[in-house]
Design a protein around this ligand. Structure first.
Ligand code: KPL
Length: 342
C-alpha cells in the first residue's frame, strides 16, 4: 500500500470511530483533553463529569466553557474558548454504560471517583487511566473493577495548569504550558483520535516501560518544584541558589533519585532501566515543560494533598518490600509531607 492510501485507510478507520468519551476529573489534564477533542472535532461526543461543587460552572445546565491558552513551545498562541458538554456526577440524565471513560483525577481520588459512577461501568466499558502514579494504583483498580471492564493504562507529558479562581468564574482557564507526548495501551482508534486532537498520541501493546520513565520524571520534577515553589524549568536555578557543595550538583542529586527508581524498577520487572537513559528522559521532560507548574506544585499552591505517596512513596514502599533502601526518595517524601505542616 502507498503511504497516501495507508493514510486514507487510517482516516477511514478513525471516522468509523464515534464512541462517546466521558472524562472523570476536571483538573488541568481532564480539561485540556476535553477542550482539545472538542476544538479539533466539534461534533465528537465528549462529556466532562463534574462534582456537585462545580455546578456553578455549568452554562445553561449542560455545558462548561474552557479557555485554553498555549504557552512556551506550542505554536498556536491565541487563547481559544471551547464549550464542552458536561454533567454532574450522580445526575447524568441517561443510564447507559460508558463506552470510554478517561480517569484524569489525582491518583488518590481515582478509586473514590470510580465508585461514584460504578453503576455505569459494564464489561464493554474501556477505562483509560491517565493519572500520575498509574503504576501504584492499577492493581487496586483492577481488584475493584474485577472483570467488570477493561483498563487501558495511559500517560502524558503534556504540561498544563489551571489559571483560574476556583470559585468565582464561570470559565475554566487552562494554560497548555508544555507540548509533550501521550501514549495509550493497546487502543489504536483512541490513539488516533487523540492525535487528531493535537495531543501527540501513540499506542503500544504495553505501556510498562513508558510508565517507569514517566515515574522517574515525576519523582524528580514534582517534589523539587513543590519544595522550591517553582516552574519545571526553574529547578536548576533554585537548586543552585541553595549553595550546595560542588560534589552535590543538581545532576548528581537527580542521578541519585533516578538510581533508586531504576533499582526498584529492575527488581519489580526483571528488566534493565539504565540510569543515564532515565536521566536523559527527565531532562527532556523538564525542557519540554519548562513553563509548566507541575501538578504537585499546583496542589501545594492550592493547599491540597499531593500525590507524593504514589510517586516517590511508591518507590520507597516497593523498595522496602524487596529489602532495598531508597533514602533519597524517602527524604523527598518527608520534605513534601512536611509542607502540609507549615
Ligand atoms: O506529569 C507532570 C506533572 O506535572 O505531574 C509533568 C510531565 C512533570 C509536567 O509538569
Amino acid at each position: 500500500m502507498t503511504s497516501a492510501s495507508q493514510q486514507h485507510a487510517t482516516n477511514a478507520a478513525f471516522f468509523d470511530f464515534q464512541e462517546p468519551i466521558h472524562i472523570l476529573g476536571a483538573g488541568s489534564i481532564g480539561l485540556l483533553w476535553a477542550a482539545s477533542i472538542r476544538s479539533a472535532l466539534p461534533s465528537y461526543p465528549v462529556q466532562l463529569l463534574l462534582r456537585k461543587n462545580h455546578q456553578h460552572r455549568l452554562l445553561g445546565g449542560s455545558k462548561v466553557a474552557i479557555c485554553v491558552q498555549a504557552k512556551h513551545n506550542i505554536t498556536r498562541r491565541a487563547p481559544r474558548t471551547v464549550q464542552v458538554p458536561a454533567a454532574l456526577i450522580g445526575e447524568l440524565n441517561q443510564k447507559r454504560p460508558f463506552q470510554n471513560l478517561f480517569v484524569t483525577t489525582k491518583a488518590h481520588q481515582a478509586l473514590p471517583a470510580l465508585t461514584t459512577v460504578v453503576d455505569r461501568i459494564s464489561p464493554q466499558t474501556r477505562i483509560i487511566l491517565l493519572c500520575n502514579g498509574a503504576l501504584a494504583i492499577r492493581e487496586t483498580l483492577r481488584e475493584f473493577l474485577k472483570e467488570r471492564s477493561r483498563i487501558h493504562l495511559a500517560m502524558t507529558t503534556h504540561g498544563a495548569y489551571r489559571d483560574d479562581d476556583d470559585d468565582d468564574d464561570e470559565l475554566y482557564h487552562v494554560v497548555h504550558a508544555g507540548y509533550g507526548t501521550t501514549s495509550i495501551e493497546d487502543y489504536p482508534a483512541m490513539a488516533h483520535l487523540l492525535d487528531l486532537a493535537g495531543l501527540n498520541c501513540t499506542t503500544s501493546l504495553t505501556l510498562d516501560r513508558e510508565l517507569w520513565y514517566k515515574l522517574a520524571a515525576n519523582c524528580v520534577i514534582n517534589p523539587l518544584t513543590a519544595l522550591y515553589r517553582c516552574r519545571n524549568g526553574d529547578i536548576r536555578r533554585l537548586y543552585e541558589q541553595r549553595n550546595h557543595p560542588p560534589e552535590s550538583s543538581l545532576d548528581v542529586y537527580m542521578m541519585e533519585i533516578v538510581q533508586e527508581v531504576s533499582m526498584v524498577a529492575h527488581q519489580m520487572t526483571g528488566q534493565e532501566y539504565a540510569v543515564e537513559s532515565l536521566q536523559t528522559y527527565v531532562e527532556t521532560v523538564i525542557k519540554a515543560t519548562s513553563a509548566n507548574q507541575s501538578s504537585m506544585f499546583q496542589d501545594v499552591l492550592a493547599g491540597r494533598d499531593t500525590e507524593i505517596d504514589y510517586l516517590n512513596g511508591f518507590i520507597v514502599q516497593q523498595g522496602q518490600q524487596r529489602g532495598l533502601s531508597c533514602p533519597v526518595n524517602q527524604q523527598l517524601v518527608k520534605d513534601v509531607l512536611g509542607l502540609r505542616n507549615r
